[in-house]
Design a protein around this ligand. Structure first.
Ligand SMILES: Nc1nc2c(ncn2[C@@H]2O[C@H](COP(=O)(O)OP(=O)(O)OP(=O)(O)O)[C@@H](O)[C@H]2O)c(=O)[nH]1
Ligand SMILES: [Mg+2]
Length: 262
């Protein structure tokens, strides 16, 4: 199947901070759509295939349809700058199970900065959860501001963490200038139905050839803890221009992905 035709699978990225529920959201999407769509999943983890194993054990798809990419030190690189491993994994899945309708790609959980390259995914979901605090949606960043869908997850926990979900959704909608925001809990069937409908509507525009992949923009400079480094970690950027500025002020080693540390 040639690339870039509307007939290849829709590639849907799922990014967001550690533990906000990315794997669970993918499991929920699979559970609600596996009967009518042909699905595949790719997970990105720094050193393990834990997310893939979690999803296989959830029993929502045949285990062979769930593949893990181990990203090494910077999970962002594999979804943003050097996407080759993920692209190959997506193409392998699409070939092995042709035809597939949707390939879901989970980013490694990190902080608020990770975004997918539009060369890897056609659309992306950014996942926050209420446990991260009601303020986080206002903090912005490329994923919160410009992902195709922002999910405010685990709304069932809101009473326990003192978060006002409608307010958090309203704040997010302002930060996103009206782009889609969904309050989700895997235990709230109505919200799961909305997520399912969103995926189906993106798939429909993808098939019609009217869906245009958006780039939320590069991630901000960010810090990686790294016990093997004498400084204990390094700040880096995925944008050369920001990187140059950052060299002057960063307290830790700054590198770009073209330097010798890679
Ligand atoms: N209460 C509640 N818990 C949830 C929900 N969705 C996920 N969780 C829990 O949140 C925790 C993290 O979920 P994961 O799906 O592993 O999160 P993740 O973003 O994939 O995590 P990493 O891949 O490690 O970054 C798990 O204990 C889930 O059971 C939800 O809707 N409600
Ligand atoms: Mg996960």
């Amino acid at each position: 199947m040639p690339e870039n035709t509307p007939t290849r699978a829709l590639r849907l990225g799922v990014a967001g901070p550690v533990g906000t529920g990315k794997s669970s959201l993918i499991a929920t999407v699979c559970r609600s759509l596996a009967d009518e769509l042909r699905l595949g999943v790719i997970t990105n983890d720094i050193y393990t295939d834990e997310d893939a194993r979690f999803l296989r054990s959830a029993g929502v798809l045949e285990p062979e349809r769930i593949r893990a990419v181990e990203t090494g030190a910077c999970p962002h690189t594999a979804i943003r700058d050097d996407i080759t491993t993920n692209l190959l994994a997506a193409e392998d899945l699409e070939r092995d199970f042709a035809p597939l309708d949707v390939v879901l790609i989970e980013s490694g959980g990190d902080n608020l900065t990770a975004t997918f390259s539009p060369a890897l995914v056609d659309a992306q979901i950014f996942v926050l959860d209420v446990a991260g605090g009601g303020d986080v949606a206002r903090k912005g960043g490329p994923g919160i501001g410009r992902a195709d869908l922002l999910v405010v997850n685990k709304t069932d926990l809101a009473p326990y963490v003192g978060v006002d979900v409608p307010q958090m959704v309203a704040d997010a909608s302002v930060a996103r200038q009206g782009r889609a925001v969904l309050a989700l809990s895997r235990s709230d069937a109505a919200s799961v139905a909305e997520l399912r409908a969103w995926v189906l509507s993106v798939l429909e525009s993808h098939r019609r050839g009217t869906h245009v992949p958006q780039d939320p923009g590069p991630m901000a400079p960010h810090f990686h803890a790294d016990e093997e480094q004498p400084e204990g970690g390094f700040v880096h950027t995925h944008d050369e221009k920001i990187g140059d500025e950052h060299h002057a002020s960063a307290p830790h080693h700054v590198h770009s992905h073209s330097d010798s540390r890679k």
